[in-house]
Design a protein around this ligand. Structure first.
Ligand code: C2O
Ligand code: CU
Length: 459
């Protein structure tokens, strides 16, 4: 079914139409706002937001289009916007001091303009003072639709984030806690889906939903299970992967997954979506609540395979290899003995708790860790020599995950962020085809700003 035929049929079925394109959004304005995050019976929460709401506007484009957005910074602090996962010219990457001057507080502006080569699920967020700016609510979805999107009844985005709220639903203002920075990062006590605590998500029996999950949390990792359903993962970090069932969809900070969620429940039923990543602290994210209408369809076609993006494939046999070791943090994990591994007392006094190849680097602008030749293939072995999880993110490129702990991965997977479990390693490979200085950092934002950050120079 082509897109027009599909739209006509979905209207006939009286389902919600596809989310409308928001190419008309030409401006993002970062400013303080208030939002009813915690739900009924709780006061609004003071947040920082793009265009007045958390998450910011859902930006939708078609693959190959040009994004052109003026950002205005009405915050009292400098900021930038980073377009997470997009392959774009270095000057548009939104990294302060490295790729652009910060957008000044109280009215500074910056025009971002670049082409969108790849379809997929991406997002945008500041890259300055990230623990506080992202933690207060500055982020939004950036969706690049395929030229021929697969037929689904609804295309839905869930931006997942968490908050540390007090009893009055106020944000606890501890964005620079050394305790968080040296441990798992700032994990909140309240989880929101698209900016609100939700009891239910309404579905209709027999509908097929493309569910795009974005982890916009500073530090929380999600492991979602859809009770009574078996969603298929069709894309990770925006890029197609062979459709496969996942018992739990695990997303580290910064990561995305596209699911095909076939609503196989019966009219009137309800099914829990449970986040069980932290085993002792599993909780219900929300319930899929079925309406009473008769099923839209009785059986489902096989899940669509998405067309691949125009990525260069690294030549593994000839790739130049490097080993990058991520170190630091408390030894022995959450229960550990309270000893810092490998950090000097002086580093820790300066709030540095993490290292990349033994160097703690908190700023964006510093000597490159690696210099890569343009057009050449590279294989990086990323070693997590700590007792903590680290989602490692590379800017400006999309890599393929070759192996984990020396074992080849089960199926092809591309991405911009790879989650390293404690004391594990992964090998990624990519073609260094985008010139410039690019960040390589942990996307636990408190880790990033306390040392786990490096620059890779291409060209
Ligand atoms: Cu999503 Cu360097 O960031
Ligand atoms: Cu980390």
């Amino acid at each position: 079914m082509n897109r027009r035929a599909f739209l006509a049929s979905s209207v006939a079925l009286a389902l919600a139409p596809q989310a409308s394109f928001s190419q008309s959004v030409k401006m993002l304005r970062a400013a303080p706002a208030r939002q009813p995050l915690a739900g009924a019976g709780h006061p609004d929460t003071a947040v920082w937001a793009y265009n007045g709401a958390v998450p910011g506007p859902e930006l939708r484009f078609r693959q190959g289009e040009r994004l052109r957005i003026a950002v205005e910074n009405a915050l009292g602090v400098d900021s930038t916007v980073h377009w997470h996962g997009i392959r774009l010219p270095n000057a548009m990457d939104g990294v302060p001091h490295l790729t652009q001057p910060p957008i000044a507080a109280n009215g500074g502006r910056f025009l971002y303009e670049f082409d969108l080569p790849d379809a997929g699920t991406y997002w945008y967020h500041p890259h300055l003072g990230s623990p506080e700016q992202v933690g207060r609510g500055l982020y939004g979805a950036l969706i690049v639709e395929e030229r021929e999107p697969p037929a689904v009844d609804r295309d839905v985005v869930w931006v997942l984030s968490d908050w540390r709220l007090d009893r009055g639903a106020r944000s606890v203002e501890d964005f620079r806690s050394f305790m968080d920075a040296s441990h798992a990062g700032r994990i909140g006590n309240t989880v929101t889906v698209n900016g609100a605590v939700r009891d239910t998500f309404a579905v209709r029996a027999g509908e097929r939903i493309r569910l795009r999950l974005i982890n916009a949390s500073n530090a929380r990792i999600y492991g979602l299970a859809f009770e009574g359903h078996s969603p298929l993962v069709i894309a990770l970090d925006g890029h197609p992967t062979p459709p496969h069932a996942a018992e739990r969809v695990v997303l580290g900070p910064g990561m995305r997954a596209d699911l095909i969620l076939d609503c196989i429940g019966s009219p009137g039923s309800a099914h829990r979506v449970v986040d069980g990543f932290y085993r002792q602290r599993a909780y219900e994210l929300l319930k899929l609540q079925y309406g009473s209408e008769a099923p839209v369809r009785a059986s489902f076609a096989p899940a669509p395979r998405l067309p691949g993006n125009p990525l260069s494939r690294p030549q593994l046999a000839r790739a130049e290899r490097h080993r990058i070791v991520f170190g630091g943090g408390m030894m022995g994990g959450p229960m550990g003995g309270g000893m810092m591994s490998g950090m000097s007392g002086e580093d820790m006094q300066h709030g540095l708790f993490w290292t990349v190849n033994a160097r703690p680097v908190p700023e964006h602008d510093h000597a490159p860790l690696l210099k890569l030749a343009i057009g050449k293939s590279y294989a990086l072995e990323l070693v997590n020599d700590t007792a903590w999880h680290h989602p490692i993110h590379l800017h400006g490129h999309v890599f393929t995950i070759v192996s984990r702990n020396g074992r080849p991965v089960e199926r092809e997977q591309w991405g911009d962020t790879v989650l390293l479990d404690p004391r594990t390693r992964a090998e990624i490979a990519f073609v260094a085809d985008n010139p410039g200085d690019w960040m390589l950092h942990c996307h636990v934002l408190e880790h990033q700003t306390s040392g786990m950050m490096a620059v890779v120079r291409v060209g």
